[in-house]
Design a protein around this ligand. Structure first.
Ligand SMILES: [Zn+2]
Ligand SMILES: [Zn+2]
Length: 293
């Protein structure tokens, strides 16, 4: 099958390679297209100091750089301009109108922050020691409260819309098992409450006709043994008619296509027969093509 990746991070945010290096690697791997999805700036709207988001004052340079690459690679590799936009409840989200005004080809909607009972956002995607500290300090030691907030935020983002594909649908599991270490440190994916939450998200995505990505980024960086989302969640998504895009969430060019064989296997195991390839934006709508697995 033909492959692409529209979830990539360059040196503009927390990636290791520049735009041109990614383009060359995607071309050499025979990808049919490539999309850039820097973490959209958040500081102005949230006051959160982060090391992994694009700086506010470099957004224009990012857009110009990707658009220039798009021209340079025309006829060889379709290049798309996107952003991975955080949903941080009450502060920022993909539905906010400033993202419409950027003329992007696509937006990946992502929840990386749960909201603590005191209203403070807290990253669920940080190294385990930071997440553990947040659970102690912000959630009174109640890991499940953080998990519930993550799902609340995910559902609220889906209701608000404004994005073309849902990022890493169960990134909350990133710190739940440490490869080679403790399993299910924070919660059990088999718990009924967890299954109810993933079922509700699958139903909401199906009703909104929003595709998800099957994301190999956790595997590429040695954080998880399987893709996002886990197989039971992926099965629910398929039952709800939610389509899937295979993405590496690549933070360096060599991760493009990483663990795609496992992603394809997971889709087949969940009953999918096709994945989606992004085809650009027309009349304000993301265009997708189905690719047989
Ligand atoms: Zn992300
Ligand atoms: Zn990402």
């Amino acid at each position: 099958m033909r492959f692409s990746c529209i979830h990539t991070h360059t040196i503009f945010c927390d990636g290791a390679d520049d735009v041109e290096t990614f383009c060359r690697a995607a071309y050499e791997k025979g990808f049919v297209s490539l999309g850039f999805s820097a973490h959209a700036p958040i500081f102005k709207k949230t006051g959160i100091h982060s090391t992994w988001h694009l700086a506010e004052d470099r957004l224009g340079e990012y857009i110009d750089t990707v658009r220039a690459a798009q021209k340079r690679w025309a006829g060889k590799l379709p290049v798309y301009l996107g952003l991975e936009v955080d949903y941080i409840h009450g502060l920022t989200g993909p539905a906010d109108k400033e993202y419409r005004e950027l003329g992007l080809d696509y937006i990946i909607g992502a929840v990386h922050y749960a909201i603590a009972p005191n209203g403070e956002p807290c990253s669920v995607d940080d190294p385990p020691e930071n997440v553990d500290r947040s659970i102690q300090e912000l959630f009174g030691g109640d890991a499940l409260a953080m998990v519930e907030s993550f799902w609340d935020c995910q559902e609220a983002m889906i209701r608000a819309g404004g994005f073309d594909v849902l990022a890493h649908p169960d990134v909350i599991k990133k710190n739940n098992s440490i490869p080679g270490g403790i399993e299910n440190r924070l919660f059990s994916e088999d718990a009924e409450s967890y299954q109810q939450r993933t079922a509700a998200v699958a139903a909401a995505l199906g009703a909104a006709a929003i595709p998800i990505e099957i994301n190999t980024g956790g595997m590429n960086r040695g954080k998880t043994r399987e893709c996002y989302p886990s197989l039971p969640f992926l099965k629910r998504l398929r039952e709800q008619g939610v389509q899937a895009v295979i993405n590496a969430d690549a933070h360096c060019a060599k991760h493009l296509g990483g663990h795609y064989a496992e992603a394809r296997q997971a889709l087949l195991a969940a009953g999918y027969t096709e994945a989606l390839l992004f085809q650009g934006r027309r009349d304000g709508q993301a265009q997708w093509q189905s690719e047989r697995l």
